[in-house]
Design a binder for this molecule. Structure first.
Ligand SMILES: C=CC1=C(C)c2cc3[nH]c(cc4nc(cc5[nH]c(cc1n2)c(C)c5CCC(=O)O)C(CCC(=O)O)=C4C)c(C)c3C=C
Ligand SMILES: [Fe+2]
Ligand SMILES: [Fe+2]
Length: 344
């Protein structure tokens, strides 16, 4: 039989499915230059700061990038993973991706899968990871933006970055992106299991619990972002799942940035009010963060703890994010298998 392949045919890899776990980002270090580079990339994204370039550019470069890198660098210093010399968000995202690899390896799938991870801002970049997956023969790509609740500033900007990479590829993989999973039973179950076990392990019983989500400017909400409703629905479903009554679990929003009004109630103001009104035992959980990071370990467990104690509170607990726990991996496996239907 004669072969019709030309002798100089380039080698080709094909037939695989790539899965890319993506979270927000992390600076390469806590020094001024690394912080500045990271914040510049992050805060230049028009999905994050919805302002025309001509208006925002001078504020970003003239004011914010003059002081914020030092201030945020100090905050990152308090939570930095010194062993690996990286932010916890990166450590946890890598672990989620490795554990997902193990979970999928134990299944009989029709096509081989390659799991990888990327950061929307900083490293490893989405581009570098998609190019790696394509080189390994991934003709199909499933992207997992690790945000349970949809916001243009998070989910959409991950997808934008993926589309941008695909735009420049000759052999483009077929693409699927994980939809927001704020009400998915696998997520609500994982949150309930994680919260229940952590609360039971405390040496006190919280009088109430705040479900604190990252905020967005009120203007983004007014312009149609569904984020606010997704957060409220998550809180309601978790409350129901745990059989809690009334407002034992309350939604608040944290991490305000800039002078604009953000969606309310604000976490820090609520914590202060609760302490002043006589609440002594408080816990805060962050259902919107799939991994612990600056905004949970520093802003909640350090800053908000201080606010609570300073205003008369006595016992405070931060309930850890799902991270790479068994319940988190059960969820991630279920979400992934669901999205892979028809491919495997
Ligand atoms: C207008 C600014 C910002 C919007 C809108 C915003 C939305 C948003 N962010 C997250 C999740 C994370 N944000 C994190 C850090 C962070 N966020 C902003 C600003 C906005 N976020 C800044 C300036 C920073 C950097 C830190 C600082 O300088 O204070 C992080 C943590 C990253 C880490 O490495 O630890 C996460 C995660 C969501 C979910 C969201 C909208 C819903
Ligand atoms: Fe943020
Ligand atoms: Fe709403």
């Amino acid at each position: 039989m004669t072969s019709h392949w030309p002798e100089n045919h380039p080698p080709v890899a094909f037939g695989k499915i790539g899965i890319l776990v993506v979270n927000l980002g992390t600076p390469d270090g806590t020094d001024y230059a690394s912080m500045r580079r990271y914040l510049k990339e992050f805060l230049s994204d028009q999905r994050v700061i919805e302002e025309p370039k001509w208006k925002w550019w001078p504020i970003l470069n003239g004011i914010i990038l003059q002081t914020r890198p030092q201030k945020s660098g100090k905050a990152y210093d308090a939570i930095w993973n010194r062993e690996k010399n990286e932010g916890p968000l990166l450590t946890i995202t890598r672990s989620q991706s490795e554990l997902l690899t193990n979970r999928l390896a134990s299944k009989q799938l029709k096509r081989p899968v390659e799991v990888s991870y990327a950061m929307r801002y900083g490293n490893p970049s989405i581009r570098s990871r998609i190019e790696e997956l394509a080189a390994k023969g991934c003709e199909r790509l499933l992207v997992l933006p690790m945000y349970p609740q949809y916001a243009a500033a998070t989910t959409a900007t991950v997808n934008d970055a993926v589309f941008e990479v695909l735009k420049s590829m000759r052999w483009q993989p077929a693409l699927r992106t994980l939809p927001p999973y704020y009400d998915h039973p696998a997520y609500i179950d994982a949150m309930a299991v994680s919260m229940k076990s952590q609360i039971e392990a405390l040496d006190f019983e919280p009088e109430l619990i705040l479900a604190s989500y990252h905020g967005i400017p009120q203007r983004y909400f007014d312009n149609g972002d569904p984020y606010h409703c997704h957060c409220h629905k998550t809180t309601r479903l978790v409350r129901q799942k745990l059989g809690w009554q009334g407002d034992y679990l309350r939604t608040t929003f944290q991490s305000l940035f800039g002078p604009e009004e953000w969606i309310k109630p604000y976490t820090d103001a609520t914590v202060k009010e609760l302490a002043e009104s006589g609440v002594k035992r408080l816990a805060i959980v962050n259902p919107g963060f799939s991994a612990d990071c600056l905004e949970t370990l520093e802003e909640i467990d350090v800053e908000n703890r201080e606010i609570f104690i300073e205003h008369g509170g006595e016992q405070f607990a931060h309930i850890r994010c799902l991270n790479d726990s068994d319940e988190s991996m059960d969820m991630l496996e279920a979400l992934t298998m669901n999205e892979l239907q028809g491919w495997i």
